[in-house]
Write a protein that binds this ligand. Structure first.
Ligand code: ADP
Length: 473
């Protein structure tokens, strides 16, 4: 743990395993609620001096962190592949994405503008001023174990806040590596604090109830996010929530089915489907169904599952046994209720894969609303395809979910693209595009996918309070 500028060891430790082969790769301090309280106190003490630094000074620290992260990109990528499982190339991409947030918010730090507003009274002036919300508590997931940290820490620091972060228990080593960078970048003691723990619940309790914490930012499952938002409500703490998704991917009959199938093959199987923006219902207009399925099946046939350190492998392991069980349950349920399996459909256990948590890239068709997979987030390498006939029908089906994070549309018809873009109740929409994410673009969900936006100009607003001055002159 890193608290008040010191690395804290503990006799209580917990192990970290490689999900590709079950090997022990390290252990970290198992923090408790008292450690969280100590870290919050350190962050509260560091707040006045950090927020009093000029935006230029805070920006300079973030620039240094960006530079260090880019220098260490190869080592960070390898660590991520061993700890989280995604193929090395994807891990290196994530490190770049993570560094992008440091750079973006190093720039945005200098653009925290206020405004003056004309008053109806000639003797009055209104001045609107932005100031940091205060101590921020952050909880991050394992699926993007470096970029989800910088997406919160960088804007918080840029705004002048101080931070206590609890990473996911599956990926604490990546978090330690990020905090080593922040320390070396010269961020003062107490400004950023890391509490690792095997049991997240007591740390979450402290974050939600300690009066010094003014803002809670969370990325993870909708169930945990709702619980934390409830626990933080009595003190009306500010909350940002990046939660689950159930992305529709709509292929209209004027699209190129081969191009659309390639798109699905790239975005669906990224990180073995363990992404909140992963397509979870692929709607294909009936005339394109056959060529679409044929192409996707062929592309899936070329995918190889295995340890992400081997560049021949494009499908890494799932994070743990529970993840495999969940995917397997959804696939078996779909098959029982009439789905057709074109590829995959089972856990992979040959050639040593049984030591890890590998699930075969899977293609299902004839998926219908009675199936679990139609409603529940899968977080695995399964592409469920549903045929549709009319544009109005598909819009209603796509919106028929409590989630509202990402959606994708494939069409060459501009009016249809615009109508669908406007009609979809999702926060992030790719139009003939499978990667609508960037540090410069607002990321976040509608409905039960979350509250607030990360990245972009909006990202720093989440860490700022608006203060109005009414001056009589
Ligand atoms: P996932 O299903 O992706 O693992 P979780 O929501 O369980 O999603 O985990 C996301 C983050 O939330 C992790 O850092 C995890 O430790 C944390 N977390 C899970 N349960 C709790 C809890 N009760 N209180 C605080 N944090 C929690």
């Amino acid at each position: 743990m890193y608290i008040n500028g010191e690395w804290i060891q503990s006799s209580q430790r917990f192990p970290v395993f490689n999900p590709a082969n079950g090997e022990l790769i390290g252990d970290v301090a198992d923090g408790d609620r008292q450690n969280a309280a100590t870290a919050i106190a350190a962050a509260a003490e560091a707040l006045p001096s950090w927020s009093a630094q000029t935006a230029y000074e805070r920006s300079a620290a973030l620039y240094r962190a960006h530079q260090l992260m880019m220098e260490r990109r190869p080592a960070l990528g390898e660590l991520m592949t061993r700890e989280q499982g995604k193929p090395l190339k994807a891990a290196l991409n994530e490190v770049k994405y993570a560094a992008d947030f440091l750079l973006w918010f190093a720039e945005e730090a200098k653009r925290v503008y206020g405004e003056t507003i004309p008053s109806g009274r000639s003797d009055q002036r209104f001045l609107v001023h932005k100031q940091p919300v205060g101590v921020v508590a952050a909880i991050t997931p394992w699926n993007y174990p470096i970029s989800m940290l910088t997406r919160k820490i960088a804007p918080a620091l840029a705004a002048g806040c101080t931070v206590v972060l609890k990473p996911a228990e599956s990926t604490p080593l990546c978090a330690v590596a990020v905090f080593e960078i922040l320390e070396e970048a010269g961020i003062p003691a107490g400004v950023v604090n890391l509490v690792t723990a095997a049991d997240p619940s007591p740390i979450g309790q402290e974050f939600c109830t300690n009066p010094a914490v003014k803002k809670l930012t969370f990325t993870g499952s909708t169930a945990v996010g709702k619980k934390l938002a409830q626990d933080a409500a009595p003190q009306l703490k500010r909350v940002s929530m990046e939660l689950g998704g159930h992305a529709p991917f709509i292929v209209f009959d004027d699209a190129d089915p081969v191009h659309a199938a390639k798109g699905v093959s790239l975005v669906k199987f990224l990180n073995a489907g363990q992404a909140c923006i992963s397509p979870n219902r692929i709607f294909v207009q009936r005339p394109l169904l056959e060529p679409f399925l044929e192409t996707l099946q062929e592309l899936i046939g070329r995918m190889r599952a295995g340890d992400g350190m081997d560049s021949a492998n494009s499908i890494g392991p799932l994070i743990n046994q529970a993840a495999v069980d969940k995917v397997d349950l959804q696939v078996r349920n779909a098959v029982e209720l009439g789905a057709t399996v074109h590829s995959g459909g089972q856990r992979l256990t040959e050639e040593g894969l049984e030591r890890g948590f590998f699930y075969a890239p899977t293609l299902l068709s004839n998926v219908n609303p009675d199936m679990l997979i139609y409603r529940e987030e899968t977080f695995g390498p399964v592409a469920p395809v549903i045929a549709f006939d009319e544009e109005d029908d598909v819009l209603a089906m796509a919106n028929d979910t409590n989630y509202g994070l990402a959606a994708y549309i494939y069409t060459q018809n501009l009016s249809r693209a615009m109508r669908t873009f406007e009609g979809l109740q999702f926060g992030i929409i790719g139009i003939n595009d499978i990667n609508p994410t960037s540090a410069a673009a607002p990321f976040g969900g509608m409905k039960e996918s979350g509250l607030g936006r990360e990245g972009a100009r909006e990202g720093i607003e989440e860490y700022l309070e608006t203060k109005l001055g009414g001056f009589s002159i």
